[in-house]
Write a protein that binds this ligand. Structure first.
Ligand SMILES: Cc1ncc(COP(=O)(O)O)c(C=O)c1O
Length: 452
């Protein structure tokens, strides 16, 4: 007979342990199921929904998170959630993973321990930080008054440069050549003794054009000018090494290489640390205060490691898929590609379809479940011509018809076959209703650099 709590306590304890045990098994099984089904989904990155295939070819805008990245991030939400700066075990639990993640980030770009890598919230922040710091350190103090950028930088550089012009900074916007590339000699031509910084992207986000960063870095080093490169579209697609490229500052963003959104970084060479961006604490060596985004940093470390491991795959298998898509597109009359393949990242095609508004093409593709872009995601809400096509001086009917397809290591062969069929159908349909094309088909593909 049960008289008091002591009599029932062992029973309650027993039942509780069974519940906890079963819950643990249930939770683990559920987690394993989620991770493995996620992996399966990743393997065939398209989904069949309602009989419609979905194909993601907008990887220069953002990428799917690698399931391994997701897996390593997960414990830092509900288990290891301590503030790394606190003085207890919850904090200590984060120290080793943070250190290992930072080592992976340093290793991924060839940085040494004396250099600094400050974690930021995105590449836009890193780019703003560099330019505005140079303004504080050099322009405002009157030591120098000039910076050089290319005319095809991402808006986070362009808009910041324009803002600094309103504050008295002189800015040179370097032209690109007919292949969409900034030539190194133009950098040399425009450097003066008043130049504080050269900022040129490693890879262009629209065309995938690879700029001669090592040559530009060497020129800047010889001339004693600081050199920043936005490597957002380069990481995981081409080898990136800050030492070989003589880089003083380098920007990156995890969500462009299968890491999480909301985390980026800024590399600063030894002895070239910038003005602190956020004051208020000792985080990031006092350069950028604010409680660390532990899961994000751990995720970016893993994503960097995976991107480096997958580099050969990217440069061979993805390139093969990209080339197959491009060959098929270029078989269509009146299609044009700007940058030769050998001078581009292996995943990107920017192609113009004469007579077809880019947005109309996107609409047809989207209806068939295919995601592509008319240019950088930040600008694609505006019905404007493509800035690269404008910069190379392309005719208006080409500049308005550019579509960017950007692949990733999750793109499959079936997806490319499907895309080829849909693109051909869309071109046929849209040209049949295009008044401009009805009057001006050229019937061949003699646009800029088509046969590369
Ligand atoms: C070359 C380049 N720089 C910077 C950015 C901005 O990246 P984030 O979204 O991390 O701010 C992008 C995004 O498209 C980009 O392509």
């Amino acid at each position: 007979m049960i008289k008091n709590y002591t009599d029932v306590a062992p029973i309650i304890k027993y039942i509780r342990s069974i519940i906890i045990f079963n819950y643990a098994i249930f939770y683990k099984t559920l987690r394993m199921f989620c991770v493995s089904s996620n992996k399966l989904r990743q393997k065939r990155s398209y989904l069949i929904t309602g009989g419609k295939m979905r194909v993601y070819l907008d990887n220069n805008a953002t990428t799917i998170v690698d399931p391994h990245v997701f897996e390593v991030m997960e414990p830092f939400f509900c288990q290891k959630y301590g503030n790394p700066n606190s003085l207890h075990q919850f904090a200590s639990d984060t120290h080793k993973p943070l250190k290992e993640a930072m080592q992976k980030i340093y290793a991924g770009i060839g940085a040494s321990n004396e250099d600094s890598v400050a974690i930021t919230s995105c590449a836009t922040e890193s780019n703003n930080w560099v330019l505005k710091s140079i303004y504080f350190e050099y322009i405002l103090t009157g030591r120098k008054n000039h910076i050089i950028v290319s005319e095809v930088e991402h808006p986070s550089i362009m808009a910041t440069a324009k803002f600094l012009e309103t504050k008295g900074c002189k800015v040179t916007y370097l032209p690109i050549n007919s292949e969409g590339i900034v030539e190194a000699h133009t950098v040399r031509d425009f450097i003066t003794d008043k130049t504080a910084l050269v900022s040129i992207m490693w890879v262009n986000n629209e065309t995938g054009a690879i700029f001669p960063i090592e040559e530009i870095g060497a020129i800047c080093a010889t001339k004693g000018v600081l050199f920043h490169t936005d490597s957002v579209q380069a990481i995981g697609k081409v080898p990136v090494n800050v030492k070989e490229a003589n880089v003083d500052y380098l920007t990156m963003s995890a969500h462009k290489f299968h890491g999480p959104k909301g985390v980026g970084a800024l590399f600063m060479k030894k002895d070239q640390e910038l003005t602190p961006l956020l004051h208020g604490g000792s985080h990031m060596g006092g350069l950028r205060s604010g409680t660390l985004n532990v899961s994000g940093i751990v995720g970016m470390g893993k994503a960097m490691e995976a991107a480096i491991d997958a580099l050969d795959f990217e440069m061979s298998e993805i390139k093969e898929l990209r080339d197959r898509l491009e060959d098929a597109i270029l078989e269509i009359e009146d299609t044009f590609v700007v940058t030769p393949r050998a001078k581009r990242t292996p995943n990107t095609i920017l192609v113009s379809f004469r007579g077809i508004e880019g947005e109309a093409m996107l609409w047809d593709l989207n209806r068939a479940g295919i995601a592509a872009s008319t240019g950088s995601a930040c600008a694609s809400e505006d019905l404007e011509s493509n800035p690269i096509m404008e910069a190379i001086g392309a005719e208006a009917d080409l500049a308005h018809t550019a579509i960017r397809f950007s692949l990733s290591r999750y793109t499959t062969s079936e997806e490319i076959d499907y895309t080829i069929d849909i693109v051909k159908e869309a071109v046929k349909r849209l040209r049949s209703i295009s008044s401009s094309y009805a009057y001006a088909p050229t019937g061949h593909n003699d646009g800029p650099n088509t046969n590369h």
